[in-house]
Write a protein that binds this ligand. Structure first.
Ligand code: DQA
Length: 158
C-alpha cells in the first residue's frame, strides 16, 4: 500500500516561519518521523511539496491508480482553491487533510477549508503530531477498504 504526502505553499519554510504558530520542527524532520512509521507498518510513502497550485493538482492526479491514500496539507490553498478541491474529489481516494495550527481558532478567512469538505478526515491544531495521527488514520481506512474489497470479490466469485 502506498501513501503520498502532499505539502502546500510555505510549508518548506517550517522551522523558520512563525514558530509561535507552527513550532520549531522542519518539514524534513516531520517527513523522517512519517517515514519511520510507514516502514514499521509496511507502507510505501512518498513526499511532495510545492508552492504552486497547478503542481499540487498534477501530483494529486498522479496518485490515481498509483497510491491508495493521500495525506495533504494544502496550507493557504485550503481556503481558496477550487482546483485542488476538484482534484481531490476526482481522485476518489481516501484523503486526510492536516493543519498544524487550529485553523478554527485563527483569522476568519482561515476558518473555512474548501478542500476539507471533500476529504475523508481532517486533523488540525496538534502540530507535527497531526501528521502521525493522519498516518494512523490512513492505515485504518486503507485496511478497512482492502477488507471490504476482498469481501466483495469473494461474494462475486460465489
Ligand atoms: C496551515 C494553516 C493555513 O491557514 C496556512 O495558510 C498555512 C498552514 C497549517 O498547517 O496550520 O500555511 O495549513
Amino acid at each position: 500500500m502506498k501513501v503520498v504526502v502532499i505539502q502546500g505553499p510555505n510549508l518548506n519554510m517550517l522551522g523558520m516561519r512563525e514558530q509561535h504558530i507552527y513550532g520549531p520542527m522542519k518539514l524534513e524532520q516531520i517527513h523522517e518521523q512519517m517515514k519511520s512509521f510507514a516502514q514499521q507498518s509496511n507502507i510505501e510513502i512518498e513526499f511532495f511539496q510545492s508552492n504552486l497550485e497547478g503542481e499540487i493538482v498534477d501530483r494529486i492526479q498522479e496518485c490515481i491508480g498509483d497510491a491508495q491514500g493521500i495525506i495533504i496539507n494544502p496550507a493557504a490553498y485550503s481556503h481558496t482553491s477550487i482546483a485542488i478541491r476538484d482534484a481531490i474529489s476526482a481522485a476518489q481516494l481516501p484523503v486526510i487533510e492536516v493543519h498544524l495550527s487550529n485553523i478554527h481558532a485563527r483569522e476568519e478567512f482561515r476558518r473555512h477549508s474548501m478542500t476539507a469538505e471533500v476529504c475523508s478526515g481532517v486533523i488540525a491544531g496538534v502540530g507535527p503530531f497531526g501528521y502521525h495521527l493522519a498516518m494512523v488514520g490512513m492505515t485504518q481506512i486503507m485496511g478497512e477498504l482492502e477488507a471490504s474489497q476482498k469481501a466483495q470479490a469473494q461474494a462475486q466469485a460465489q
